[in-house]
Design a binder for this molecule. Structure first.
Ligand code: EAX
Length: 324
């Protein structure tokens, strides 16, 4: 046997004996916003934590996809591992989630976070499973406010006749109809072109979303209506979770908690700084909104939600108080 063949044989054997390189498990997570956003902060924290806790046996890829319904569908058929999404379209997949989309249901961020982290939130996450989804952990989009380019809005009368883009969310659409607006549901990906072309007059989103997407460039007036709290949720493919060992499942949940913390911290930061930033960018900001008038105008919708959604659950959520 020639020297060359002996060397080649030795090299081949060495590689064989070294065993296969430790293959990394790839996890892809998608969300609808720029990386510099409250969702991006959550995704980055998830990536850092899972890679650190598994000593890089996992590699997390973060991608942007501004169609939340599409992302949930991809997770459901198993072509996407995870998504961070608002609950906007989620009620079309998990009807029970519509309960947390009711306007003026949550008093403030402490109430919303407390409820979603309580047994009430866990009961709702369990409702994802029979729908072919894994609701991993609640995250946060924020309290939604109304923007438009037609007029300053302080009362429901100012909303009457406005073409308002809503998420593909039946609860929100019913609420804006009760206010006399013309709700126009569409995915986030279609929002800016619709505002630019005047297909719609306005939209509603939390401060973090308005800031992260520079919606001030296509909207003139911001009214701090805080008409509904918009939860977000980390949803993953059941197959992705089923493939995890018990140890890696624990690392995965620790990374999910890190994502929740980073996401909420960024929402709090954006809530502190975002309104002034939008003023600096030229938006007219209405801070004195007649909230009682909005709540009165929504009374018919509230009565309908008590009948068509889970009235008992809505009462549990309203009555929830922190322990102690
Ligand atoms: O989840 O579609 C929306 O208005 C959402 O708030 C946005 O995609 C962030």
């Amino acid at each position: 046997m020639t020297l060359f063949r002996r060397s080649a044989l030795a090299a081949g054997l060495a590689t064989l004996l070294a065993g296969p390189a430790l293959a990394q498990t790839q996890i892809t997570i998608q969300h609808a916003l720029p990386l510099n956003s409250h969702y991006g902060a959550g995704a980055l924290a998830f990536q850092e934590a899972l890679q650190r806790l598994t000593s890089n046996r996992f590699a997390v890829t973060i991608q942007r996809n501004d169609n939340e319904r599409e992302m949930i569908e991809s997770v459901q058929i198993g072509t996407l591992d995870c998504t961070i999404t608002s609950t906007g379209p989620v009620g079309n997949f998990v009807p029970a989630v519509r309960n947390v989309d009711v306007p003026f249901l949550f008093r403030d961020y402490a109430h919303a976070r407390g409820v979603l982290d309580s047994e009430i939130g866990q009961e709702l996450l369990a409702q994802f499973t029979p729908r072919g989804l894994a609701g991993v952990i609640w995250m946060e989009n924020g309290f939604r406010h109304l923007t438009n380019s037609r007029r300053e809005v302080t009362t429901p009368e100012h909303v009457r006749g406005l073409k308002v883009r809503t998420m593909e969310n039946q609860v929100h659409m019913r609420a804006f109809t009760a206010l006399g607006a013309l709700p126009t549901p569409m995915a986030f990906s279609e929002l800016v072109p619709a505002l630019q072309q005047g297909t719609v007059d306005g939209q509603e989103n939390p401060i973090p979303v308005i800031v992260a997407n520079n919606l001030n460039q296509v909207q003139r007036h911001l009214s701090l209506t805080a008409h509904v709290y918009s939860p977000a949720v980390l949803i993953c493919s059941p197959a992705t979770l089923a493939a995890l060992s018990a140890e890696d499942r624990a690392h995965f949940m620790a990374a999910a908690r890190a994502a929740q913390e980073a996401n909420r911290n960024r929402v709090s930061e954006d809530e502190r700084n975002g309104v002034d930033e939008l003023r600096r960018r030229g938006m007219t900001v209405i801070t004195e909104v007649d909230t009682a008038a909005f709540q009165n105008a929504l009374a018919p919708a509230f009565a309908e939600f008590e009948r068509t959604l889970d009235g008992a659950l809505l009462r549990r959520i309203r009555d929830w108080r922190p322990a102690g």
